[in-house]
Design a protein around this ligand. Structure first.
Ligand code: FAD
Ligand code: GLY
Length: 380
């Protein structure tokens, strides 16, 4: 292999494919290298919530990026469904962030104020109001923060749609091909070494999710991106159990099309092991049944696990390598990589295209410890 591309993207997850799609729209010749199959890792494992206000607190740069990305969904879904022929299951029925303790209720009420002050919609529902909307929920809840503009998609379908749309624009995918190292000349990347031979390009974008740090060690940097394993399971029910997503800190239930429900997700740091454990699934089952008792009668479908990429400060890395020119990095999207994919693709493509300055809060200058941002993405 030695055909030259303008850009090689490492990783066929949702972020790699979103970047490839946007670059192809700008006329770049792009090749995506994936060690497994398209969306076989975190992007295929995700529950698909678009939880900009559900999952992110504060009014910092990541919250604003999440809102920007959420706002891109209607147009990008229409474009991707048209180009790929894939139904992505985009829904905007809102998310209920349920209070399970008095402290949690106070925190959520404060969060509603913060979001309203930032101009975003969110309202408090008493337990009675919540039960009217979601009669299947346990009566023990103290109420909920309702976020009408958060929604959901089918994460695997969205990832695949980005890839198929990219392919329709001429992007080449090489699956079951691993990138082992970069080819660097005079401080600039000129290609990659793969399990199938060398490939040349003007630029390389590393969108290798939780594995990005391991690969970038070859360039002499320690990128603080770590794996956080998440397990999920799904059930099906002929009876409608829920209208919209129910979210608590330790468990969420996402109603999908055709009577399917995804229940997630465990959080286990510092492991790349994708095995599903009895302990993980049974703890989710206990929590889901406490939230929605009738789910105990639903039919078992399947269980799975994925590896989320978390950065040291909770913000994604979106920028150029600190020492190697035209080697770019887009990773660290942690629990929100599906939500953030549209903005990630657009920002990175604009950046490579010279239409945008580096995005300081997400740049690689943070590798200097004096620049570390003090956590924004903590969930309450
Ligand atoms: P990945 O999807 O992991 O893709 C990276 C790809 O790079 C992989 O396919 C990998 O095989 C490939 N790769 C790695 N190294 C190499 C190499 N050397 N050579 C070639 N290829 C390589 N986010 C949301 O927004 N909403 C949700 O509801 C949600 N739910 C989640 C539930 C679970 C259980 C999990 C695990 C995650 C969830 N997430 C959710 C987070 C989201 O899935 C991730 O943030 C997102 O998928 C990251 O996408 P990515 O493309 O950066 O990484
Ligand atoms: N955003 C849901 C999860 O990561 O589990």
């Amino acid at each position: 292999m030695s055909n030259a591309s303008d850009v090689i993207v490492v990783g066929g997850g949702i972020n790699g494919s979103s970047i490839a799609f946007q670059l192809a729209k700008r006329g770049y010749k792009v090749t995506v290298i994936e060690q497994s199959k398209i969306a076989a890792k975190a992007s295929g494992a995700a529950a698909g919530m678009l939880g900009a206000q559900t999952e992110l607190i504060g009014n910092g740069p990541l919250f604003r990026l999440a809102l920007k990305s959420r706002a891109m969904f209607p147009a990008i879904i229409a474009e991707l469904e048209e180009r790929s022929g894939i139904q992505i299951g985009y829904e905007t029925k809102g998310i209920y962030k349920v209070a399970v303790s008095e402290k949690h209720e106070q925190d959520l009420k404060a969060l509603i104020k913060l979001h309203n002050t930032a101009g975003e919609k969110a309202e408090w529902l008493s337990n009675d109001e919540l039960i009217k909307r979601e009669p299947g929920l346990a009566k023990s809840m103290l109420g909920a923060m309702f976020i009408p503009e958060d929604g959901q998609v089918q994460a695997y379908e969205l990832s695949l749609a980005f890839a198929k749309a990219a392919i329709s624009l001429g992007v080449e995918y090489h699956d079951f091909t691993t990138i082992h190292d970069f080819i660097i000349k005079d401080g600039k990347v000129t290609g990659v070494q793969t399990s199938q031979g060398d490939l040349l390009s003007d630029s390389v974008v590393v969108a290798a999710g939780a594995w990005s740090g391991l690969l970038l060690e070859k360039t002499g940097i320690t990128l603080p991106v770590f794996p956080v394993k998440g397990e999920c399971y799904s059930v099906v029910s002929n009876r409608k159990l829920l209208n919209s997503t129910i979210f608590t800190e330790d468990c969420y239930i996402v109603p999908k099309k055709s009577g399917r429900y995804i229940i997630g997700a465990t959080m286990r740091a510092n492991t790349f092991d994708e095995k599903v454990t009895v302990g993980g699934i049974s703890s989710l089952m206990n929590q889901a049944t406490a939230l929605l008792p009738e789910i105990a009668n639903a039919e078992w479908e399947k269980a799975w696990a994925g590896i989320r990429p978390i950065s040291g400060d909770g913000l994604p890395f979106l920028g150029e390598h600190p020492y190697v020119k035209q080697l770019y990095i887009a990773t660290g999207h942690y629990r929100n990589g599906i939500l953030l994919a549209p903005a990630t693709g657009e920002l990175m493509a604009d950046y490579l295209d010279g239409r945008r300055e580096p995005f300081m809060p997400f740049g690689l200058s943070r590798l200097d410890p004096n620049h570390l941002f003090k956590g924004e993405s903590k969930c309450i």
